[in-house]
Design a protein around this ligand. Structure first.
Ligand code: SAM
Length: 210
């Protein structure tokens, strides 16, 4: 088994297409105004999401967990002019930073922010979506998967971030780790989908609905 040198993550970052200028500014602003920004998915995941939207020709995307809008803007950039991205979050501080960048972006009109508990927003949002990105509270991951998959079109792609939960899924000792491990098993046993688990950063699950 390949043992990953930590420097290889930085190497991958450096050899991945940089974010557009406005999104680089979003990263700087998030860093300056918030205590920590490790929730932001980062360049490699952001570019992968962007590329998946382009490759699949997605027009309607659902995001669960917006934070300051990094992944939302990365995906919106790849959507066609009349494309739509529905994103969910409940934190007003994060959302106000996100909105300030959506207003300045030429792709901001594609993004619709649903404030409140994501499970409640999900109930109201009608499918089908071409692509879904799950990146909110880990304890709800199995619930998000159960509720979101029926809203994904056949052939659509779902991406789930943090499926390793800092390697805690190997020996789950708390509710969060148990929930993420439960989700990974749910997906692995689900004959409605095929999936690949990538070892990028904190683990990334790519699911395709059959
Ligand atoms: C990891 S961050 C999302 C990062 C974002 N996708 C990115 O790449 O920049 C998780 C977000 O989920 C939000 N969140 C946590 N629990 C939530 C809930 N129950 N309903 C809606 N949003 C929630 C948090 O406020 C936070 O902004």
């Amino acid at each position: 088994m390949l043992k990953l040198n930590p420097d290889i993550q930085e190497y991958a970052h450096q050899h991945t297409t940089p974010e557009p200028e406005l999104i680089q500014e979003l990263i700087e602003t998030s860093d300056r105004e918030l205590e920590y920004i490790d929730m932001l998915s980062g360049r490699v995941v952001g570019r992968l999401l962007n590329m998946l939207v382009k490759i699949t020709g997605a027009r309607r995307v659902l995001e669960i967990g917006m934070f300051t809008g990094y992944s939302a803007l990365m995906m919106a950039e790849a959507l066609p002019e009349d494309g739509e991205l529905q994103t969910c979050d409940l934190n007003e501080k994060y959302a106000s930073i996100a909105r300030s960048f959506f207003e300045r972006s030429k792709n901001g009109h594609k993004i619709h922010v649903n404030m409140g508990e994501a499970l409640e927003s999900l109930e109201k949002l009608e499918g089908p979506f071409d692509m879904i990105f799950i990146d909110a509270d880990k304890g709800n991951y199995p619930n998000y998967y159960r509720q979101a998959l029926p809203k994904l079109k056949s052939g659509g792609v779902m991406v789930v971030d943090n499926v390793f939960l800092a390697e805690n899924v190997l020996d789950p000792q708390d509710e969060k780790a148990e929930a993420v491990d439960e989700l990974n098993k749910l997906i692995a046993d689900d004959d409605r989908v095929e999936q690949v688990m990538l070892t990028e950063r904190d683990g990334l699950m790519i699911v395709r609905k059959l």
